[in-house]
Design a protein around this ligand. Structure first.
Ligand SMILES: CCCCCCCCCCCCC[C@H](O)CC(=O)SCCNC(=O)CCNC(=O)[C@H](O)C(C)(C)COP(=O)(O)OP(=O)(O)OC[C@H]1O[C@@H](n2cnc3c(N)ncnc32)[C@H](O)[C@@H]1OP(=O)(O)O
Length: 260
């Protein structure tokens, strides 16, 4: 599938998606939203693909946010009538059950930071900068920034960032728990692809359920999360891959996963 605003390629069981609007620092417009949603749907439907990486073209930006020029022209009522931005949660966060990584190669601001936080985890280049500067435009995060950032880094830091619009560099982002690891920019995509390849080699059902468990912890109470974890563990003990995984360990060999 070829797109205009994103690039996609597959390397083994890993899909690499690159935001590709370098002249506007990969700003996210309606076409990006449509094409990214389609690319993730293709990834989710392709049984040969088990993990994905999302990054930005160029060395300057992952995504500098929603396309301000497009937003400034949009009739205000249309945002509400069309329930704008709801597609990101429905089509990318909820429907993509396979693991995917955000490899943040530069500015991740506004919608760019929000998109990165939809990933299962973030690998940040040492040059990456994160922020929710919407207040400077007279608005506020509109795609989960105030909710996911607060859950990821805590109220004080999220509140300061939303009220001042300041950026957080990669060191602060790692220290705050927003990103899993920092990688030199030159090595970022290869490290992310290598990490994704490791995940893609895991039993696919267990990978999906580990993702679902951690996301449940991010969104519910401890008691409900413990119940969800226990039920998914119990389901996994009934799978062929559980029998294969434990037999492979005892027989000191690699597992041959069936995905069921
Ligand atoms: C109708 C709706 C459209 C979107 C639909 C699809 C959904 C998209 C995602 C939804 C997001 C939800 C809502 C979100 O919370 C709201 C936002 O994201 S608001 C935007 C927040 N981001 C910003 O405020 C950052 C703006 N950019 C900057 O501050 C600076 O560009 C920078 C990143 C600090 C870099 O500065 P410089 O190095 O000086 O580079 P330039 O500023 O000269 O930029 C180069 C070039 O890129 C253009 N550009 C940069 N950012 C954007 C942007 N966000 N939108 C559009 N264009 C952008 C900039 O204009 C320059 O272009 P040129 O002037 O050379 O033509």
């Amino acid at each position: 599938m070829t797109y205009e605003t994103i690039l996609t390629e597959t390397r083994g069981a890993v899909t690499l998606i690159t935001l590709n609007r370098p002249k506007s620092l990969n700003a996210l417009n309606s076409q990006v939203l449509a094409e990214l949603t389609d690319a993730f749907a293709q990834f989710e439907a392709d049984a040969s693909q088990r993990c994905a990486v999302l990054t930005g073209s160029g060395d300057k930006a992952f995504a500098a946010g929603a396309d301000i020029k497009e937003m400034s022209d949009k009739p205000p009522a249309d945002f509400y009538i069309e329930d704008f931005f709801s597609g990101w949660t429905a089509d990318i966060v909820k429907k993509v059950r396979k693991p995917w990584i955000a490899a943040v190669n530069g500015f991740a601001l506004g919608g760019g930071c929000e998109l990165a936080m939809m990933a299962d985890f973030i690998l940040a280049a040492d040059t990456a900068k994160f922020g929710q500067p919407e207040i400077k435009l007279g608005v506020a995060p509109g795609m989960g920034g105030s909710q996911r950032l607060t859950r990821a880094v805590g109220k004080s830091k999220a509140m300061e960032m939303c009220l001042t619009g300041r950026m957080m560099d990669a060191e602060e982002a790692e220290r705050s728990g927003l990103v899993a690891r920092i990688v030199p920019l030159a090595d970022l995509v290869e490290d992310a692809m290598k990490t994704a390849t490791t995940i893609a080699a895991m039993p696919p059902l267990a990978a999906m359920m580990n993702k679902e468990m951690v996301n449940t912890a991010f969104e519910t109470t401890l008691d409900q999360g413990l119940i969800a974890e226990r039920r998914m563990f119990q389901v996994l003990t009934a799978t062929e891959d559980k029998a294969e995984g434990m037999a492979a360990f005892v027989e000191k060999r690699a597992g041959n996963w069936k995905g069921r």
